[in-house]
Ligand binder design. Structure first.
Ligand code: NDP
Length: 481
């Protein structure tokens, strides 16, 4: 708290008197409309893109196959390959193949989510106090547009889970272990959708973009394919690719996948372990938080800065449902029962992480919505005034808060997220490294995101961003990084 106040005072001292003189006109001009995704690709970025395109699908296969064939050991397949005991083709041959049953399940699943998304306008916002659903506006795009979205993710999640519950307890149309039982065949189906959507979005950007002004062509085909060309591709007025694929079918599925793992534990061992319950509860809170705040997510980097390409299309269809759920999968093969002390410690870490994550995000949202006319930690927030231009040349003003969590470090919401992610992994005990992949991945993702976001903000706000980083010098860990 003390540190936050000191930083806030520093920020107030440095704050310019008005936004109009906070950035020299020539600097604003230079940055006009240049703050979205890169226009030019350097060799470093291109190498990263190629590496990911070539390896990411195999990484997903590796982690899922390791459980299926090696009891979730990630070293054993490598040792067997090294010693010649196994070959890539023998491992591949042992993996369950594509099946029409999985294709039917997945088609029904995606179609159902499309119907919920497109045909069931939100009613939950009418009776849930504090929930922002229904038609909402997104952030201003680099071309200066403000898109409208139908926010009905919470409703879709509730309907889907009510049906899942009704099936498990009353109707018995299918087994609650259905997802686990078809896991690798489903991997092939999600890949078909992920690649189809990515190629479609790529071709659409050339032939019939939704808004040509918000397209970015870098001249490098691989970068364009992976990072996307169109900013907000849509079909018709309402089918928004980013909103649909970002939240559904992957994130609605996340909690169902975990429930399916818990059901499998019950079937195999006759009980569900406390570790599985903790993973279900912590990740369930995270997913529900996502849908409760879906309107707020319209202002996050995924929706308001990233273009739609393979990174989001394939990532949301394949990477997210398979790798964000590794802990539950691991616990099916290793039913860890934690001691009470371990369970309480993990739960506490997860809940404290969630509290920081949610509070930091909430503070920024409140600050931006009220344009600084609010109370943060019982005081008027301090901030730095900023100015920037969109591609059409219009001048806009913004504020960067320097109090609350945002005065402690520039991305404390990421720190909270990382604490929660670590808790999911620690719930799996210390038998294998497999479930710890998630924390390694999230650390890389969020550190990279910090750098990416700061590069963008620096291009957008110029010297004002520098004043902000001087006032709040640390990114994730005060005093360290
Ligand atoms: P943020 O919510 O941190 O948004 C960053 C943007 O906020 C900046 O680009 C800037 O936008 C604005 N901003 C930055 N500093 C300030 C400030 N001091 N005051 C006011 N506005 C500021 O990032 P994300 O969108 O990446 O993340 C949202 C949440 O989603 C995070 O909590 C993250 O942990 C989580 N997340 C989770 C992922 C997962 O896979 N589980 C993946 C990605 C994110 P502007 O241009 O408007 O100024």
């Amino acid at each position: 708290m003390q540190m936050a106040s000191a930083l806030a005072m520093e920020a107030t001292r440095r704050r310019p008197k008005s936004s109009s003189n906070s950035l020299a006109p020539e600097v604003i001009e230079e940055h006009a409309g240049q703050w979205g995704r890169a226009w030019e690709v350097d060799w470093f970025s291109l190498s990263g893109v190629l590496l990911l395109l070539l390896t990411a699908p195999f990484q997903v296969f590796f982690f899922v196959m390791a459980c299926d064939q090696y009891q979730c050991s990630v070293t054993q397949p490598l040792v067997q390959l090294y010693s010649g005991e196994a070959t890539l083709s023998s491992i591949w041959a042992k993996a369950p193949s594509f099946s029409w049953t999985a294709a039917q399940i997945y088609t029904a699943w995606v179609s159902f989510q499309v119907v919920l998304y497109m045909c069931v306008p939100d009613v939950t916002h009418k009776f849930l106090p504090g929930y922002a659903g229904g038609v909402q506006e997104g952030a201003r795009t680099p071309a200066g547009l403000i898109n409208k979205y139908e926010i009905n993710g919470l409703q879709s999640w509730l309907i889907t889970h009510a049906l899942w519950y009704a099936n498990a307890h009353y109707f018995h149309w299918f087994s609650p272990t259905i997802i686990f039982d078809n896991w690798i065949p489903l991997l092939w189906c999600t890949n078909i959708l992920g690649y189809s959507v990515s190629f479609f979005a790529f071709i659409k950007a050339y032939l019939f973009p939704t808004n040509a002004e918000d397209c970015k062509f870098t001249g490098n085909v691989f970068y364009n394919f992976m990072m996307g060309i169109e900013f907000n591709p849509r079909i018709g007025k309402w089918f928004d690719f980013k909103l649909f694929f970002n939240g559904r079918p992957g994130i609605v599925a996340w909690t169902l996948i975990n429930l399916s793992y818990a059901a499998k534990q019950q079937e195999l061992y006759g009980h569900v372990t406390n570790s599985m319950i903790i993973v279900n509860v912590l990740q369930g809170i995270y997913v529900l938080d996502f849908f409760w705040n879906e309107a707020w997510y319209l202002k996050t980097i995924d929706i308001c800065h990233d273009h739609f390409g393979w990174y989001l299309g394939w990532g949301d269809c394949v990477w997210l449902p398979f790798l964000y759920t590794l802990q539950g999968l691991y616990l099916v093969y290793h039913p860890v029962q934690l001691s009470n002390a371990h369970a309480v410690a993990v739960l506490t870490l997860g809940l404290v992480g969630y509290y920081i994550f949610r509070s930091a995000n909430h503070q920024k949202d409140l600050f931006r919505r009220t344009e600084g006319k609010c109370s943060i930690w019982g005081k008027k927030p301090t901030f730095i005034e900023c100015a920037y231009r969109s591609a059409d040349g219009s001048l806009h003003h913004s504020k960067l808060m320097t109090s609350g969590f945002w005065g402690v470090a520039r991305h404390l919401n990421y720190t909270g997220d990382l604490m929660g992610s670590l808790a999911y992994c620690l719930a799996c005990g210390f038998g294998h490294v497999h479930p710890y992949f998630y924390i390694v991945y999230m650390t890389i993702l969020l550190v990279h995101r910090c750098v990416r976001d700061e590069h963008r903000c620096s291009s957008k706000y110029g010297k004002d961003w520098k004043r902000y980083t001087d006032a709040v010098p640390y990114r994730l860990l005060p005093g360290m990084f």
